[in-house]
Design a protein around this ligand. Structure first.
Ligand SMILES: [Zn+2]
Length: 111
């Protein structure tokens, strides 16, 4: 049994147009087929959105990467000159550089 895509009225199998609203029945199929098509496109849409989000997040990941190199070099430089590393730098390291290295910096009382 076919149903009108526009008004949902039950149609005769041979009907070319909906007798109620005049919508062509060509695109209308058995209800299960129509449901499957809708689910697939919904899933596809979700995948597309997730891919776009991951691309955007990937682009933002470059920003902390730009910070990591100078911060690492700064830390090496400080240690080479036997200078102390500030608490702010240690906390920033936890968030932007490396979680474990930042915690180890906090534990390290040598500076
Ligand atoms: Zn109709």
């Amino acid at each position: 049994m076919k149903y009108c895509t526009k008004c949902g009225k039950e149609l005769a199998d041979e009907a070319q147009f909906c007798p109620s609203c005049g919508t062509p029945t060509r695109v209308t199929s058995v209800q299960s087929g129509a449901t499957n098509t809708r689910n697939e496109s919904g899933l596809e849409l979700a995948i597309r959105i997730l891919l776009i989000i991951s691309c955007v997040l990937g682009a933002f990941a470059i920003i902390p990467l730009i910070w990591r190199i100078p911060m690492t070099m700064w830390y090496f430089d400080k240690k080479k000159n036997n200078e102390s590393v500030s608490l702010t730098f240690k906390i920033c390291s936890i968030f932007f550089l490396d979680l474990i290295a930042g915690i180890l910096m906090l534990i390290d009382d040598g500076n």
